[in-house]
Design a protein around this ligand. Structure first.
Ligand SMILES: NC(=O)c1ccc[n+]([C@@H]2O[C@H](COP(=O)([O-])OP(=O)(O)OC[C@H]3O[C@@H](n4cnc5c(N)ncnc54)[C@H](O)[C@@H]3O)[C@@H](O)[C@H]2O)c1
Length: 247
């Protein structure tokens, strides 16, 4: 079992935000295949239902909930429903976030992108968490390892990494907190960009000559949540094929 699930137990429950698409979807499906109870949160209910249907068809268990992570009441309701149906979530994946391609006011965007990670985490840590609980926040190479436009995107991702470090030094006796910093990942939001000349040049300049598959991010998220990473706390782990090593 350790080999297949990094030591996570089938009794465990995980909340994945933004679980309908891309990295969140791949993460939900992977932990679901490990047998954990998956609470799939998204604005897109149809997508979350489809993910849970796939988990259940594979013999796992899960539930889909419409949760906007920018909304206090919906987040509280999401945890209450998860608790009732699956139990207290030992694991949390803060993955949902707005795409960099949309126009947002800088201050609003920090609230939406970084503020939501704090909101969901605060609600989660108010629960009677089981031992060895863990949260993984999805940051980015943008703002953390490279400068990036628009202004709000990299800034909010740097804030998420900073918040992760705060959690790691403050709450380590209750849970571990880590972040991942993906480079370009092949998800729906990236499709148009990767068709452009700049997008193709970016992909080609990566030492591995390609962008990541969402599953390649999901497996790192699962590792960081799991007992296999029991002494990893406060790290920001790049998943970029070495892309940020290039000048
Ligand atoms: N794709 C990349 O290249 C890349 C690179 C680095 C970091 N990231 C980060 O990874 C995360 C996931 O990105 P992705 O590419 O898988 O995106 P995606 O667009 O494929 O999926 C994002 C999901 O989050 C949901 N969502 C958005 N706002 C929400 C909200 N307020 N409440 C609940 N759900 C919400 C969407 O409905 C969607 O299902 C984001 O935080 C993104 O910034 C992505």
């Amino acid at each position: 079992m350790l080999k297949e699930s990094f030591g996570m137990s089938r009794d465990d429950v995980v909340v994945v935000t933004g679980a309908s698409s891309g990295i969140g979807r791949a993460t939900a499906l992977l932990v679901g295949s490990f047998g954990l109870g998956v609470s799939a949160w998204d604005l897109d209910r149809e997508g979350a239902d489809a993910v849970v249907a796939e988990i259940v068809a594979g013999g796992g268990r899960g539930m889909a909930i419409t949760v906007d992570v920018t909304d206090d009441d919906l987040v509280a309701t999401g945890f209450a429903a998860t608790n009732d149906e699956l139990g207290v979530p030992r694991y949390l994946v803060n993955n949902a976030g707005p795409p960099s391609a949309i126009k947002l006011d800088f201050r609003d965007a920090l609230q939406i992108a970084a503020g939501s990670v704090q909101r969901v985490t605060e609600n989660w840590m108010a629960l009677p968490l089981p031992a060895s609980a863990a949260v993984v926040n999805v940051a980015s190479v943008a703002g953390n390892l490279v400068g990036a436009a628009p202004d709000w995107y990299g800034s909010s991702k740097a804030a998420i990494a900073g918040y992760t470090r705060f959690l790691a030094i403050t709450h380590a006796k209750r849970f571990r907190a880590n972040a991942v910093a993906p480079g370009a990942v092949d998800t729906p939001r990236m499709a148009d960009y990767l068709e452009t000349e700049i997008g193709q040049a970016w992909r080609d300049s990566n030492p591995m000559g390609r962008i990541a598959d969402p599953g390649e991010v999901a497996s790192v998220i699962c590792f960081l949540l799991s007992p296999a990473a029991a002494y990893v706390n406060g790290t920001l782990l790049p998943i970029d094929g070495g892309g940020t090593l290039r000048l």
